[in-house]
Design a binder for this molecule. Structure first.
Ligand code: FAD
Length: 447
């Protein structure tokens, strides 16, 4: 109630609090609008106040006050998530941690950072000693490390290091709980997965130890092909080329490149393209692979030049959808894990089956030791039923859908209840105040 809220605000005296309705509304949103279904479900959801914190001690204060007054708390980094992950369903406090942005230390292969540090800012500091983040979303200029670990899955770098969920890609977390007396818990080893990808439902991350990768000078290139399956096979072959250092292998079928306003003039009309990041020291063998597949390098920048203007990173992953939607806002997308199918038969079938309705966009990544494509296909949306039918058909041919049209944690992921998540939540958030309404396991337990 308003009086609870007023008492809570009084208890937080000295912290930066935003109550202006327009600002609070803005900080209650993320990028769920790529989904027409989520647009309908989430448009009117907003928090009551935003509290901006700059230290773990302040996080503890806010947690304590929310527990005292039984007020929901939803953590927010940069708010670039795609499924309403940080949109509060039950009002309450938006805890904005973007002011906690220190890089505490960098050692060979490891960095210790605060959750609000932006991924690009972390890279800038670690690169001084020759290291970089192993993987980053295409939103790496804006997104925070806490939000990436809280809600992301992988991205540029996943072609070499796999996904965030793979053991070794996150080393340790400090987490503030929502117990009657909030505490700081340190999680290491497999315990980090009690909080990683829990969408802020299992504690507030206040510090992270993340593994780093050797930083190379990454050249950027676009390779054009006349035929889609040749471009996909090129992607698979580049992914499999253990001797060539690469960080991104993104394939976009025609007509997707026509949505890339700033790149269009470099890309021959009607072609299917590979957008790649390859280490400068691997450019010669890379050129041989391009020749083997009959591709044409139509755009290439060395790392120095690429760091200034346009970067192909911002055309990959869900940025592909962003550019397509900026031309045609009725478009939406899918997230698909193709089966381990080195000949890409399932992919070829789906490409032929849907034609222009499902425009093929692939990112090659390592999954369990081998390289395969994931799809972020851009879909010409008609109705919710048709979208569901398309997703069902994908699953029927073993192309697994990570549904981006739901705000329920489990439904977007592996569709099973995570007992570890649930047990940990019972301990650290017994009142269910953290980002309520998102964890199905918790909702079902309560009913
Ligand atoms: P937010 O959106 O602020 O938060 C994400 C989730 O984490 C929320 O549930 C939030 O409550 C929780 N959270 C945030 N901070 C904390 C904390 N300190 N403690 C506990 N929980 C916390 N994602 C990918 O994985 N790969 C991609 O390549 C990718 N590309 C994208 C491209 C576009 C154009 C867009 C719009 C999104 C993309 N995303 C991608 C999704 C998103 O940008 C990333 O996952 C990003 O890392 C989220 O960071 P953020 O700071 O914006 O998190």
């Amino acid at each position: 109630s308003q009086s609870d809220l007023n008492r809570l605000i009084a208890e937080l005296a000295g912290l930066e609090i935003i109550t202006d309705v327009a600002q609070v509304s803005k900080l209650s949103q993320d990028y769920y609008t790529y989904s027409p279904l989520l647009q309908d479900a989430l448009a009117d959801k907003r928090g009551d106040i935003v509290v901006k914190v700059t230290s773990e001690a302040e996080v503890l204060r806010v947690a304590k006050a929310c527990v005292n007054h039984r007020v929901p708390l939803t953590v927010r980094g940069a708010g670039t998530g795609n499924y309403g992950q940080c949109v509060p369903l039950a009002g309450g406090v938006i805890l904005d941690v973007s002011g906690m942005q220190q890089v505490k230390w960098v050692k060979p292969g490891i960095a210790c950072v605060e959750p609000g540090a932006k991924l690009a800012a972390i890279d800038k500091q670690t690169r001084e000693s020759g290291w970089e983040i192993r993987m980053a979303p295409s939103t790496y200029r804006k997104a925070t490390i806490g939000g990436f670990i809280g809600g992301g899955s992988g991205g540029i770098g996943s072609i070499t290091y796999g996904q965030l969920r793979d053991r070794g890609n996150l080393l340790a977390l400090r987490v503030v709980t929502m117990e009657a007396e909030p505490q700081v818990v340190e999680l290491r080893g497999d315990d980090v997965y009690k909080v990683a990808h829990a969408w802020g439902t299992n504690g507030i991350i206040t510090e992270l130890e993340i593994p780093l990768a050797p930083a190379y000078a990454w050249a950027e290139a676009i390779v054009a092909f006349n035929d889609f399956m040749t471009s996909a096979r090129f992607g698979q072959a580049l992914g499999n080329s253990d001797g060539i250092l690469k960080k991104m292998v993104c394939i976009c079928a025609d007509p997707l490149p026509t949505y890339f306003a700033a790149l269009k003039s470099s890309i021959p009309a009607g072609s299917h393209v590979a957008l790649v990041l390859v280490a400068e020291c691997s450019l010669e063998p890379f050129a041989e692979l391009v020749k083997e597949f009959g591709g044409e390098v139509c755009y290439q920048k060395l790392a120095q030049e690429a760091s200034k203007g346009i970067t192909l990173v911002e055309y990959s992953w869900n940025h592909t959808t962003l550019h397509a939607r900026s031309v045609d806002p009725t478009l939406t997308y899918l997230q698909t894990l193709f089966p381990d199918d080195p000949e890409l038969k399932v992919l070829e079938h789906l490409y032929d089956h849907y034609g222009d309705e499902v425009m093929m966009h692939l990112e090659f990544i390592r999954v369990g030791g081998s390289v395969r494509p994931v799809g972020l296909q851009v879909v010409r949306y008609t109705t919710g039923d048709r979208l569901q039918e398309i997703m069902d058909y994908h699953e029927s041919v073993n192309a697994y859908i990570f549904n981006p049209h739901t705000y329920i944690l489990e439904e977007g992921g592996r569709k099973t209840v995570d007992i570890q998540h649930l047990r940990f939540k019972e301990r650290v958030d017994p009142l269910g105040l953290l980002n309520p309404g998102k964890m199905k396991a918790w909702l079902e337990r309560r009913s």
